[in-house]
Design a protein around this ligand. Structure first.
Ligand SMILES: NC(=O)CC[C@H](N)C(=O)O
Length: 206
């Protein structure tokens, strides 16, 4: 897709989607969202969160992200927006932030929650720090995506409301519950924007 084919100003066509910019691979998500037809914005403060229609939570380090979300006064506003139905997509550390419950977290680690699932931090990381693998994702056409796993979590179990969209090696690596989407891996690092496009479609439909 060329940039000239992307509507730049119409929020109906190019919804304003924030990227939580406390820590992590923010720039890559901003670029992927633009390529997927959205208008991205960095979100660091509650006022900025109030201005976006949806949010991406990047990969990075969930313990640091949790700490910074508290320091920046964002944790409660984030929880409220997610409860109110804002579409959110989390990759890797972002998936951890969207889990109602985590395993192998730090004692003081908080999550935003939103998906009724238990996520184990660094689950793949212990076996293999970083690897790539093809992942078939439900709802994504034209073949598997290249999953980039970096000290990645997996989903240990999901509750009734959550839908498993992808597994790898017997472990759940993509989940959706209503407007909340999460992947263990990093589509923002691949140049394949199908997952971001799926999210932009979720936002348009929300
Ligand atoms: N690539 C990543 O986002 C790694 C996540 C990291 N292991 C964490 O626990 O937050």
């Amino acid at each position: 897709m060329t940039t000239s084919s992307i509507p730049a100003t119409s929020t109906a066509d190019a919804p304003v989607i924030g990227v939580l910019a406390l820590q992590g691979d923010v720039r890559e998500h901003l670029a992927a969202l633009t390529a997927a037809g959205a208008t991205p914005r960095q979100v660091r403060r509650p006022e900025e969160l109030a201005e976006v229609a949806a949010l991406v939570i990047p990969g990075g380090e969930s313990t640091t992200m949790s700490k910074l979300a508290i320091i920046f006064g964002l944790l409660e506003p984030l929880r409220e927006r997610v409860r109110a139905g804002m579409p959110v997509y989390g990759t890797c550390a972002g998936m951890i932030m969207l889990a109602d419950k985590i395993l192998d977290g730090r004692d003081d680690q908080e999550t935003i929650g939103g998906i009724d699932m238990i996520v184990r931090r660094n689950a793949f990381g212990r076996q293999n720090e970083s690897f790539e693998a093809e992942v078939e994702i439900q709802g994504i056409e034209d073949g598997p995506v290249e999953g980039v796993f970096i000290r990645a979590p997996w989903v240990e179990s999901v509750g009734g409301g959550a839908e498993v969209l992808a597994t790898f090696d017997g472990h759940t690596v993509a989940v959706r519950q209503g407007n909340v989407l999460a992947t263990s891996f990093h589509p923002e690092l691949t140049g394949d924007h199908r997952v971001h496009r799926l999210f932009v479609e979720m936002v348009r439909g929300a």
